[in-house]
Structure formats: structure tokens, C-alpha cells
Design a protein around this ligand. Structure first.
Ligand SMILES: [Zn+2]
Length: 544
């Protein structure tokens, strides 16, 4: 019923647009005769798209003329894909993402050190092929305070600085004192002041280091700017008790603070429950959501705290022989090799089998979620944009194939295309836009006036080409991938076009940082009842 009404409105708009005679000159670029899909209005019809000054200037049944034309007959024309969880924020990462239809590539999890947000965005201006964005990192702020500062050159790698930082573990295991806690929050705050999209936390990698108070205070820093906190939630991955408890921590803090949040990659045991929590909170008007990636196996560093034998083997009952794989050789681990590699190569990337493969298409049918790849890196990590992608080193296939695999699984499992367009693009734009992020209010939609980030692909042919043995093979089936009105991929070939724009908030003149009180911080260390924080708890007179 609702859908019918929307389609009718779409048709009416179309006839209004058609009443305006098309001009002879017209557009810089037109995409003719494709099936145009807009997941916001549910518009879904064969139409022509005119692009001018980086924006969608017209969507019409009338033939359009442009300096450049793409014939999209038999193809889908939809908003460019958006990823809130793409770690490989470097030219080759953007390149392999673009080959998979990814026009907006952000890392809101590992994220960037708060004091390097300004320089991170600066370094990408005018030289980046996809749109880019970063959050202010909880982990990296902790690393600076608990393990000592590394060189600027390392921090300028943004999210990938953790490959160096994770050789130490104070950031993960050590409790902060009040002074350290305030220093951590101040670094996070600096990133938000400089325009970071929100705060990214890897609290799930900080087994005993981060108290519930610290996590709440971290989310509060973001809430002062009305921005989101994302988390690789506590205990992830775990069983269907602890996994959900971790999601509840993030979500309840968000609700208490009235702030947005993303439960990252909740495609783990207990996902049905987390999904119900998120959906009920959305129905109640909270701007919280979850991410999934369409693979049964994950990927992480060998020294992740949750993979230690006491947790992964003894407590959770897994065997390394069944679950932990070296993506380079394809071999599975055993305890002896785990112990040996922990000494020589603790930050080695591994593939981690954790979920039944039958669950994957189910995740793609969920409402209110987004597909996010959690892309990891491949060698050469900092190679040039035009390094031959078929010669990349081995890695988890999600880096190159997340979006095309979603489309292929959609085709094989009869998942409606509009649902896929929502979870691959519009949902992220909608939720991020609702945090006030202008760059996302005008993306993720095929509507006049919106930014022309567009994918044109063959729904019958589009496919991922990477798997666990051959992890970094680019996807195929894209006739065009358009970034800010510029054709950046044509017929599965990446072009030397650098039209990527920053996805960020405007920097602010003043920090909003407020230190935590002694009473609040100490509460978590007392053995008895927490000390009530009486300062300012009661209004002096009257009160509400
Ligand atoms: Zn993660």
C-alpha cells in the first residue's frame, strides 16, 4: 500500500519533470535507458539521468543529451555504495573498493588518532579516488596515553597505525587512572573538534583495560557533539550470551546519552537478538543501527585478546585447527604454531571461521542494517593506486568482494534488489545524515539535486571473484562507477580520476571537552558501593 503510494508520487513527479522541455545542450554526463532505483522514495523504473556540476540534475523518461553518454540498457543505475567500516584507507584500498562499486569509503572503527584528524583529511584532498572519512579513535587515543607516542609518520597512516601500535598491549589491557582517562578523552575530543564523523571504539579488543565507566565517558564525548559512537562491541566474537551483552552496553549508553551508535559487524552468535534490539530501538526513534558483512569467516590480528587459548579454546570450546587460517598459505593453525607466531609475528592477519555459512543470505534480508566490509589490507599496503590489482597479496575476500558478493547472493536467493540497494547504500546515508552529516544527507539517493555518486552494473553478471584462497581479486560486472559526477570506473577498469571528497563535519573553533570528575571515575575501582557523585547532583534551590 505504502509502496504503491510512493510509486504514484514518483510517477507524478516524473510527469511534472517531463513537462519542462529538455534543453538542447544539456549535461556533462548522461546515463540512458537504465533501471533507475532510489531506495528512499522506492522509485524503480527505466529512465535517463542527466549529471551536471557533480550532481544529478535530471531524471527523466525523455532522452537526454550530454557531452558523455553511458548506455545503461539492461543495467541497474543506483546510488554508489557506502562503507562505514573500510580499514584500507590508502590509494590501493580505495582502488579495490571502487572496483566493487564503493564510492564512499570510511573507517569508523579502528579510526584515526584524534590529534591527526585534520592532517589525515588534508593529505587526501584532491588526490583521492573515492570519498573518504574517519572517526576519532578510542584505541589510538588509549595507545598514545598507555603505551607512549609513536612517530607522526606512523599516526598519519590513520587506521593502519594500529598495525604498529598493536605490537604493545597497554592500550588493551591496562586500566586508566583518572588523569590518563581524561587525557584519552581529550585526544578523542580533539578529533571531533577537527570534524571527525564520530568516535570509533574497539572495546572488544580491550578485555580488562576498559571499564564500563570509561566506555560510557567515551560515548559521552561524542554525544556532546551529537555524533555517533561505533564499537566492535565488548566480547565480540563470543557466544550468544556475551556477544549480546557487549551490544547492550553500546546501545544502552547511546540511549542514555541520546546519541547515535553503530553495533559493528554483529554477524556473530546471537545476531537475531541484537537485530531485534536494534529494530525496536529504531522504532522508538533512536538513531542506532548495525553492520553486517556477508562472510561466515572474519579476519583479525593473531594477537587479538579473544583468540588466546584460555578464551578461544578453553572457555569457548573452539579448535585452532578448525577456525584459524593463515590466508597466505591456506594452512590452519594448531596451538604450537599459534604460540610460535605470537612470538615472531603477533600482528599477522589471520582468517577466523566463526559462523554457519547458511546464515549469510539471512543477514542480507535484515531491515535497518548496513553492509560494511571491515576491509583489511593486502600487500603492497601503501602501493600506488594503479598497482595491478590482480597482483595483490592474499587477504580476506571481504576487502575486494563484499558488495558484489551481496549482489550475487541476492540473485541466488531472490532477495529484492531494492533491499540490497538500501543496505549497500541508502541506509548508511540515511542514518549518518540524521547525525547532521551534510555529505551523507545528499548521497545514497537517486534524486535530482543529490550528489552524483552512482553505480551502473549488470544485475545478471555482477560478481565477486575473491575467495579465501584468492582473496584480493577485483569484482566484475560494473559498467560505470561515478564519484561526484566523474566516471572513475568504466567497464571494470579503474581510471586516473581523483574526484573523491571528504566526508566530515565542519571543524569547530573550540573543544567541547569536559574532564570527568574524581567521584565518577573512582566509582569503578571501589570494592563496595560506588561513591555517589554529589557535586551538582541536586539543584541548590527549587529545581525541576
Ligand atoms: Zn572489528
Amino acid at each position: 500500500m505504502k509502496k504503491k503510494k510512493r510509486l504514484l508520487i514518483g510517477t507524478l513527479l516524473m510527469s511534472v519533470m517531463c513537462a519542462v522541455p529538455a534543453l538542447a545542450q544539456d549535461y556533462e554526463l548522461v546515463i540512458n535507458s537504465g533501471r533507475v532505483m532510489d531506495p528512499e522514495t522506492l522509485f524503480d523504473d527505466i529512465a535517463n539521468v542527466g549529471i551536471k556540476d557533480g550532481r544529478i540534475a535530471e531524471i527523466s523518461k525523455q532522452p537526454l543529451k550530454g557531452a558523455e553518454t553511458i548506455d545503461a540498457t539492461g543495467h541497474i543505475v543506483a546510488p554508489g555504495f557506502i562503507d562505514t567500516h573500510f580499514h584500507w584507507q590508502a590509494p590501493l584500498g580505495y582502488a579495490i573498493g571502487l572496483r566493487d562499486g564503493l564510492t564512499s569509503s570510511m573507517d569508523l572503527e579502528l579510526a584515526c588518532p584524534g590529534t591527526f584528524i585534520a592532517s589525515w583529511y588534508e593529505a587526501r584532498a584532491g588526490v583521492t579516488q573515492a570519498n573518504y572519512g574517519c572517526a576519532s579513535s578510542h584505541e589510538q587515543a588509549r595507545q598514545m596515553v598507555m603505551d607512549g607516542k609513536m612517530s607522526d609518520e606512523i599516526y598519519e597512516r590513520g587506521p593502519m597505525a594500529v598495525m604498529e601500535a598493536r605490537k604493545k598491549n597497554g592500550w588493551s589491557l591496562d586500566r586508566a587512572t583518572l588523569e590518563q582517562g581524561n587525557e584519552i578523552l581529550k585526544i578523542i575530543d580533539k578529533g571531533l573538534q577537527d570534524g571527525a564523523i564520530g568516535v570509533g571504539s574497539t572495546v572488544g579488543y580491550m578485555r580488562d583495560g576498559v571499564t564500563t565507566r570509561e566506555m560510557f565517558e567515551v560515548q559521552k564525548v561524542a554525544a556532546r557533539y551529537d555524533r555517533l559512537t561505533t564499537a566492535h562491541t565488548r566480547f565480540t566474537p563470543d557466544n550468544d550470551i556475551m556477544e549480546n551483552v557487549g551490544a547492550q552496553e553500546l546501545l544502552l549508553n547511546a540511549v542514555a546519552l541520546g546519541a547515535p551508535a553503530i553495533a559493528l559487524h554483529f554477524n556473530n552468535p546471537g545476531w537475531r537478538f541484537t537485530q531485534e534490539l536494534i529494530s525496536r530501538l529504531q522504532d522508538a526513534g533512536h538513531n542506532v543501527w548495525g553492520e553486517i558483512y556477508p562472510y561466515a569467516a572474519g579476519s583479525t590480528f593473531l594477537n587479538a585478546v579473544y583468540l588466546s587459548p584460555d578464551n578461544w579454546v578453553e572457555r569457548m570450546g573452539h579448535r585452532y585447527e578448525d577456525t584459524l587460517q593463515d590466508p597466505i598459505t591456506g594452512d590452519f593453525y594448531d596451538l604450537a604454531r599459534y604460540n610460535a607466531d605470537m612470538k615472531t609475528d603477533p600482528t599477522k592477519l589471520i582468517v577466523l571461521y566463526k559462523m554457519p555459512v547458511e546464515d549469510v543470505p539471512k543477514w542480507l534480508t535484515l531491515k535497518g542494517v548496513t553492509v560494511a566490509s571491515d576491509s583489511v589490507v593486502a600487500e603492497p599496503i601503501f602501493g600506488p593506486w594503479d598497482f595491478p590489482l590482480d597482483q595483490l597479496g592474499a587477504t580476506h575476500p571481504r576487502t575486494s568482494g563484499t558488495r558484489s558478493l551481496s549482489l550475487r547472493l541476492g540473485r541466488e536467493n531472490n532477495i529484492p534488489m531494492m533491499q540490497l540497494m538500501s543496505i549497500l547504500s541508502y541506509n548508511a546515508a540515511k542514518h549518518l545524515g540524521d547525525t547532521g552529516l551534510k555529505a551523507m544527507q545528499e548521497r545514497g539517493r537517486m534524486q535530482t539535486g543529490m550528489v552524483a555518486d552512482i553505480v551502473v552494473f549488470d544485475p545478471e553478471r555482477v560478481t565477486d571473484n575473491s575467495n579465501y584462497d584468492n582473496g584480493a581479486v577485483p569484482s566484475t560486472g560494473f559498467k560505470a562507477v561515478i564519484v561526484n559526477g566523474q566516471v572513475t570506473v568504466r567497464d571494470d577498469k579503474l581510471l586516473p580520476v581523483f574526484a573523491g571528497q571528504p566526508i566530515r563535519f565542519e571543524p569547530e573553533a573550540k573543544p567541547r571537552f569536559e574532564p570527568i570528575s574524581v567521584a565518577a571515575w573512582n566509582a569503578e575501582f571501589s570494592t563496595g558501593m560506588p561513591d555517589p557523585d554529589v557535586t551538582g547532583a541536586f539543584p541548590a534551590k527549587g529545581g525541576k
